[in-house]
Write a protein that binds this ligand. Structure first.
Ligand SMILES: *Cc1c(COP(=O)(O)O)cnc(C)c1O
Length: 305
């Protein structure tokens, strides 16, 4: 269950959590015609609090809206400030931030004629998405029977609400079958990503992640490419197959929610030693030190609240 906070930013005003409601004839509720972001705020070692890569997340929020032909009635600067103000007002030192733009009531057909565009920003405390234990020991994954969106049937570069029915189907199937997460292949059968995370595999100290074809351009993916290269690892954005993953030395998922979660098995085959691998652990350590403000080299990725 989501842990409530006090106020939600709603079209420029702060309203109590319980009063941030929509009508049942909301267009987005019926057709998935909204866009959203997922952002994290971390408490730093010096006690301050910082949002990780806020600018890039706000930018992607506007890009998603542009792709979905939704004109946001706020500027980037207004959303940027509103996110920080929502954290401050709720006294949230660390947690998750969810901006969402949706189409309200009006036309009920598929063409949202003049339906008003609403924007909300909610924040709440959120620990490890796949569990604390998953961060240490890794997750067990199953290749999904659901294919990741083909690039011309859904817009895969955007966090469009409706896109996530595909992810929800995959996630529920994986859970029902006793796995932690689903691995989704693209329409040609190559590894794409998980239901809401990007994937990397490691063989002989070389990292590989699928190129930005059908996968969501994850900001965490981008961070890890940079961190790994700065740590002198070779990183390739290259397609690979599921059997290449079966024989990888290590593999991990990454995303704002999942952070950096090691993969211990895929389709009942242990990956490497069947636990978090050494390169994965090093990268995870580096990632957590960066988000907690302990690495000045990447201080530019943090926005103090
Ligand atoms: C949000 C998301 C990710 C991760 O993106 P981040 O910017 O790292 O949070 C990966 N895959 C999908 C499908 C997503 O929706």
């Amino acid at each position: 269950m989501v842990q409530k906070t006090e106020k939600i930013w709603f079209d420029g005003q702060f309203v109590p959590w319980e009063e941030a409601n929509v009508h049942v004839l909301n267009h987005t509720l019926h057709y998935g015609s909204g866009v959203f972001e997922g952002i994290r705020c971390y408490q730093c070692s010096d006690g301050s609090s910082a949002v990780f890569r806020l600018e890039e997340h706000v930018s992607r929020f506007f890009d998603s809206a542009h792709i979905a032909m939704i004109t946001l009635p706020f500027t980037r600067q207004e959303i940027f400030e509103a996110i920080l103000n929502t954290l401050r007002l709720n006294h949230l030192k660390a947690g998750y931030i969810r901006p969402l733009a949706y189409l309200g009531e009006g036309a009920m057909g598929l063409l949202p004629a003049d339906n008003p565009v609403h924007v909300i920003i909610a924040v709440w405390p959120w620990g490890a998405y796949l569990g604390e234990e998953a961060l240490q020991k890794g997750v067990a994954v199953k290749t999904s029977s659901f294919t990741r969106h083909q690039v011309n049937s859904m817009m895969t570069k955007a966090k469009i609400s409706g896109n996530y029915v595909n992810s929800t189907l995959a996630k529920r199937e994986a859970w029902a079958d006793g796995y932690d997460e689903a691995l989704m292949l693209d329409s040609e059968g190559y590894v794409a990503e998980a239901s809401g995370e990007n994937i990397f595999c490691i063989k002989n100290s070389v990292l590989k992640t699928p190129p930005l074809g059908s996968v969501l351009p994850g900001i965490t993916r981008d961070c890890l490419i940079t961190l790994a290269r700065d740590m002198e690892y070779r990183v390739l954005e290259q397609r690979f197959t599921r059997d290449e993953l079966y024989v990888a030395d290590e593999a991990f998922f990454c995303g704002t929610a999942a952070e950096l979660t090691p993969i211990r098995a895929i389709d009942r085959r242990a990956i490497g030693a069947g636990e978090a691998g050494p390169v994965t652990k090093l990268l995870q350590q580096e990632f957590f030190s960066v988000v907690h403000g302990d690495n000045l080299k990447y201080a530019g990725w943090l926005t103090e609240v």
